[in-house]
Design a protein around this ligand. Structure first.
Ligand code: ATP
Ligand code: MG
Length: 438
């Protein structure tokens, strides 16, 4: 009998810690909290245990189903928010969010993505109750929260400019949302401190509790803002460009941290960003918006590999997709006068052709020729910078492995194109046309 079994933990439960730490076990969620403290809980009986040999390196908190039920799917149903248009000659109203329908699965992290002004923050404001929709509904699980005041929604928010209270310490900042709880939700001082400490531990700022925000780095301030949003154990977590003020390295580190925290807490989370790479790297699913309207939703890779239109294709990917004027004629795809590949039976028409930077293959007798402008070394890869008269942009970027040798003194380079990396778009609607032969 192991030490855990002696303490009354079931064999299955112990197995699940050892073998499947991420999995739920009969109503209990296992979540790793802190590598330093060997503390285990089962159900609501908090039992402190020594660390048995089998699970030496892993320590978990086990919450019961009650906590699990606090997270939930979120449904946005035909959500619309209109603002009065203030310019004299412009439209009377601007739809910042326009007929937005989407279901966020329970416990997932969704990346809400789009250019500046497309309605991302407005969507979050509607979700947290700061603004009322012009029409449409919001559900948290089965509950219609459309008319529920913000403070009753159980939402944690990190706003675009995550202002901390400068005169309060880190501890006081994190405690702030708990001190304002009323009625049955009111907590004792000890309970508040326990929750604040747990949130601080989660974002690894527990040793900074007595400092003021001015004594913290940008990344640390960011984590305080996240701890403040987490401390009430929200049903839904909303993060509006939470990494915008950080340098590139800290950005990377903090986004990994947000992902870790989200996985551990399993709180349904919406992460807003205009940085496509950020959204692609941490989201279970992404929602791409343009002028208040959803363009496409799906797993990041699916959306990248099969964009529905030119806007989505251009928005995802660094360096961005290369776009050319092209045409389909006699079941062949042309860029300029060059035949790129065969197409299935489609009517002759003018089109836009998009080629991802990684879709070019250097080839002496490739059918696509470009004027060579230079070669940029990027370490593992090289970027071949070139031009083509049919290109919509002045330069084309082809990313190829650094093992390829490109003679930069040559005037012309030739490529063949990888079929899966070439997209064709309708000239007027800009929607993608499936053109490859089966
Ligand atoms: N209170 C308001 N009154 C009038 N127009 C507003 C208001 N709030 C937002 N808008 C307009 O609604 C549109 C969407 O704004 P929103 O702040 O949601 O964009 P965003 O996607 O968050 O942009 P960013 O990436 O720059 O933060 C914009 O055109 C904006 O000017
Ligand atoms: Mg915004």
């Amino acid at each position: 009998m192991t030490e855990l079994e002696k303490k009354g933990f079931s064999h299955n439960f112990i197995q699940s810690i050892v073998l499947y730490p991420e999995k739920m076990d009969e109503g209990r969620i296992l979540k790793q909290i802190d590598f330093r403290f060997p503390v285990y809980y089962e159900g609501m009986k908090a039992m402190k245990l020594g660390c048995p040999t089998k699970v030496k390196s892993r320590r978990y908190t086990v919450c019961d189903r009650k906590n699990k039920e606090k997270t939930m799917k979120v449904i946005l149903q035909n959500l619309t928010k209109k603002f009065p248009g203030r310019s004299k000659n412009g439209p009377k109203e601007i739809a910042a969010v326009d007929d937005f329908s989407f279901e966020i699965p329970d416990g997932k992290l969704i990346g809400l993505l789009g250019p500046s002004g497309c309605g991302k923050s407005t969507t979050l404001n509607l979700l947290c109750g700061l603004q009322k929709p012009t029409s449409g509904k919001i559900f948290f699980g089965e509950e219609d929260v459309t008319d529920l005041p913000a403070e009753k929604r159980g939402v944690g928010v990190v706003f675009q400019n995550y202002a901390l209270y400068p005169h309060l310490t880190v501890k006081q900042n994190i405690l702030f949302p708990l001190e304002n709880l009323k009625g049955a939700q009111k907590l004792s001082k000890a309970e508040m401190m326990e929750k604040a400490n747990e949130a601080a531990r989660l974002v690894q700022i527990d040793d900074l509790m007595e400092r003021k925000p001015s004594e913290l780095s940008g990344g640390q301030q960011q984590r305080v803002a996240i701890a403040r949003a987490l401390v009430k154990r929200p049903r839904v977590l909303l993060l509006d460009e939470p990494l915008s003020n950080l340098d590139a390295r800290l950005r990377l580190q903090t986004r990994e941290e947000i992902r870790r925290i989200q996985r551990e807490t399993k709180i349904t989370t919406i992460f807003v960003t205009h940085d496509q790479e950020e959204a692609m790297s941490i989201s279970d699913e992404i929602v791409v918006m343009k002028q208040g309207v959803i363009q496409q939703t799906g797993r990041p890779q699916e959306v990248y590999d099969a964009p529905v239109n030119l806007f989505v294709a251009k928005f995802l990917g660094t360096p961005p997709i290369n776009v050319f004027q092209g045409r389909i004629k006699g079941q062949k795809l042309y860029i300029g006068e060059e035949v790129i590949m065969e197409t299935k039976d489609l009517p002759d028409q003018e089109v836009f052709v998009g080629v991802r930077p990684e879709g070019f293959v250097l080839s002496k007798d490739g059918s696509f020729s470009c004027e060579l402008k230079g070669v940029e070394v990027m370490g593992r890869d090289i970027s071949v910078v070139c031009a083509n008269r049919a290109s919509v942009n002045p330069t084309i970027r082809a990313i190829i492995s650094a093992e390829n040798k490109v003679d930069a003194s040559r005037a012309l380079v030739r490529f063949t194109l990888k079929p899966g990396k070439v997209f064709v778009f309708h000239k007027e609607t800009q929607e993608r046309i499936c053109f490859l032969k089966d």
